[in-house]
Design a protein around this ligand. Structure first.
Ligand SMILES: Nc1nc2c(ncn2[C@@H]2O[C@H](COP(=O)(O)OP(=O)(O)OP(=O)(O)O)[C@@H](O)[C@H]2O)c(=O)[nH]1
Ligand SMILES: [Mg+2]
Length: 345
């Protein structure tokens, strides 16, 4: 008994200080402190206690940031391009959050360090916040976590949130659906000839950047992309602009690239697409949560003896079909939670 009381005491103390800690953290976050932002992101990213409260608290403050996705083959110059693009954005004093999604691939192990060094230039700039996220260990959940981190940056008051991903796997492609505008980075290298590009990545481009245009062959890639676009059937009547860029020496094309992004942004809002997409995302989000909660509820019942398990046994023994069983399970759970509610009233 003594032991039990002690446990309760420890729990309550922890719970209370946890709550106080969170409150203090969030007040620093709302005051615009970068260290608090980093802490909030870590809490969300690592699913630490307080994550749900944070996500609930910030939601109404999201929606202000413009979300830009930058994707392309490994080594295409995405980080360099984001870096120079941010310098261009900062000329207007707008503040920027960057989420660099590091690939798990062992081949690009060195790139992460490279990103940090390159982007370190912004380290002293209060208007820029950079966060690298590893894909290792979070397979499948990556899109969800990235979405949440983007939301945190958005609520923090960023005018822009830029997500850099290597456009190789499905998870990376999924991330690009979070973006309002997606820039696909190509290079004049032979390996980047558009015939060899992964099909999906070409379709998600709102703007093409042909980077490393200081190297020979950029005109050819540009021609290939324009030719491909002639065959593209586009629903939203937008022909992606193709901009040649170089982050070397001249930073050629960077202002044009930002212009192209802004043009796309205007196009989306003029045609009402921006609003429609945001509405769709909001309802998808609610549906996703309902699905998740519902699955949890069903799994909870599956693990216990009773009506649901009996029905499943009957499906196994072919006494009833899975469709009828599912229908009965849904009706039973709805009835059960309904009766629980009314009995607790
Ligand atoms: N010639 C040339 N090289 C460039 C240019 N931009 C970037 N690079 C070089 O390309 C290499 C890769 O650049 P990153 O910016 O790390 O490319 P990334 O696409 O972010 O690479 P990962 O994140 O590893 O996929 C580096 O050695 C850069 O110096 C450019 O405009 N011209
Ligand atoms: Mg990079």
């Amino acid at each position: 008994m003594q032991n039990f009381k002690l446990k309760i005491l420890i729990f309550l103390t922890f719970y209370k200080t946890g709550g106080v800690f969170l409150k203090e953290l969030m007040s620093r976050f709302w005051a615009g402190e970068h260290r608090a932002l980093a802490r909030v992101i870590s809490t969300v990213e690592n699913e630490l206690p307080g994550k749900d409260d944070i996500l609930k608290e910030i939601y109404t403050k999201t929606g202000g940031a413009y979300i830009l996705g930058v994707t392309g083959s490994p080594g295409a110059g995405k980080s360099s391009l984001v870096d120079t693009l941010v310098k261009e954005i900062r000329k207007n004093n707008e503040i920027v959050g960057i989420v660099a999604v590091d690939p798990t691939s062992p081949f690009s192990g060195g790139a992460i360090l490279g990103d940090r060094i390159r982007m370190n230039e912004h380290a002293l700039d209060e208007g820029v916040f950079i966060r690298s996220m590893g894909t290792r260990g979070s397979l499948g959940g990556l899109a969800k976590t990235t979405k949440e981190v983007v939301k945190v940056m958005d609520a923090f008051g960023m005018n822009w949130v830029i997500i850099e991903t290597v456009g190789v796997g499905q998870a990376e492609l999924d991330i690009m659906y979070i973006a309002d505008t997606t820039v696909v980075v190509l290079t004049p290298g032979a390996g980047d000839s558009i015939q060899t590009m992964k099909a999906g990545i070409m379709e998600i481009a709102d703007v093409f950047a042909i980077n490393k245009c200081d190297l020979p062959g950029a005109d050819r890639v540009e021609m290939e992309v324009e030719m491909m676009l002639n065959f593209r059937d586009d629903h939203i009547k937008w022909r992606p602009p193709v901009v040649k860029t170089s982050t070397f020496n001249t930073t050629k094309g960077i202002a044009e690239l930002l212009e192209a992004v802004k043009k796309h942004r205007n196009h989306l809002s003029e045609k009402g697409i921006f609003l429609k997409r945001r509405q769709e995302r909001a309802s998808n989000e609610v549906l996703d949560i309902i699905n998740y909660q519902w699955e949890r509820l069903v799994k909870h019942h599956l693990g216990r003896p009773g009506q649901v398990s009996e029905l499943l046994e009957k499906v196994t023994s072919r006494e009833i079909d899975p469709y009828t069983a599912s229908q009965s399970i849904i009706e039973w759970i709805i009835g059960d939670s309904g009766s629980q509610k009314s009995s607790s009233q």
